[in-house]
Design a protein around this ligand. Structure first.
Ligand code: C2E
Ligand code: CA
Ligand code: CA
Ligand code: CA
Length: 279
């Protein structure tokens, strides 16, 4: 009836309003969190597939909200991107990862490679290469010590200034991993045009391996294609021994996932550093 329709509309309107308010509240809380540097990084190990040797880690941001407790980056990163707060948050994460890298390097893990996630919004800033250069110099991080993970959407934004920024950062000795590969609209032309070093197969595809034939074929195709372009491949979301065997068989270069190790605070990650071989 007309009345029911009207009520439904009011319900949606109220719902939308509370959504918008919740977002504004989250943005305000994020702003305070950034001022207080209330974020931390967790580290998830990345191993060489053949040997199981720990070769690197992905730095993943964590935020414990004073009232709500832990908030997923999947929830707050988009708000940080829309509000521009990601510029400051991303700078914090880069600096913190570099600081930690220095500490682990000094502690005898000189070859460990840390990967930091960067938003496409950060690449719109003309000052990004200078910032990265300053941070590398401040902590004395040498070539190959840091990687940057970007998603396909960064490449799709693909302006020439963005491309030259990417190359300027690469020239500082930073490699790129293309994150969540297969979920977006990347094409071979992107992989050729941009200076990508590693392709990370999204865990939604790894999840179906080896039993789901579509996933298995897709993963095989991505690995072969990447290798033929001279790129290395990391499989993310590795949770079972069957997946490890399957990915090794296909010649996948690196593995990451709960089976190898969950993301842990720096102190916890140090336990894995001491083990050296995780598979
Ligand atoms: P991502 O870059 O794809 O990171 C991998 C996510 O998968 C992480 O979730 C990780 O905890 C989770 N994961 C790893 N192994 C497994 C597994 O075996 N099984 C399952 N089910 N999950 C696994 P997390 O930490 O919640 O991060 C979510 C996303 O937030 C990240 O996805 C990344 O896109 C974004 N993010 C995290 N930290 C940062 C950051 O510092 N800056 C930016 N811009 N984005 C970040
Ligand atoms: Ca990532
Ligand atoms: Ca990923
Ligand atoms: Ca993913």
């Amino acid at each position: 009836s007309k009345q029911a329709g009207k009520n439904r509309f009011q319900f949606y309107a109220r719902d939308m309003q509370s959504d918008a308010l919740a977002r504004l509240q989250l943005e305000a809380d994020l702003r305070i969190a950034l001022e207080r540097q209330a974020f931390s990084l967790h580290y998830q190990p990345i191993v060489e597939a053949d040997s199981g040797e720990l070769v690197g880690a992905e730095a993943l941001i964590r935020w414990i909200h004073p009232e709500r407790g832990p908030v997923s980056p999947l929830e707050f990163i988009p708000v940080a991107e829309d509000s521009g707060l990601i510029i400051g948050i991303g700078e914090w994460a880069l600096r913190e990862a570099a600081r930690q890298s220095r500490q682990w390097r000094d502690g005898g893990h000189a070859a460990l490679r840390l990967a930091v996630n960067m938003s496409g919004v950060q690449f719109r800033e003309a000052g990004l290469p200078d910032l990265v250069g300053e941070v590398l110099a401040e902590f004395g991080i040498d070539r190959g010590g840091l990687m940057v993970e970007i998603t396909e959407s960064v490449l799709m934004g693909g302006s020439e200034s963005m491309e030259s920024r990417m190359r300027a950062i690469k020239a500082l000795g930073i490699g790129y991993a293309l994150d969540d590969f297969g979920t977006g609209f990347s094409s071979l032309s992107y992989l050729k045009r941009f200076p990508v070093d590693v392709v990370k197969i999204d865990r939604s595809f790894v999840a179906g391996c080896p039993d789901d034939r579509n996933d298995a074929h897709l993963v095989e195709a991505i690995i072969n294609m990447a290798h033929s372009l001279g790129l290395q491949v990391t499989a993310e979301g590795v949770e079972t021994a069957e997946q490890v065997a399957f990915l090794r068989e296909l010649g996948c270069d690196f593995l990451q996932g709960y089976l190898i190790g969950k993301p842990l605070p720096a102190e916890g990650f140090e336990g894995m550093l001491e083990q050296h071989f995780l598979l």
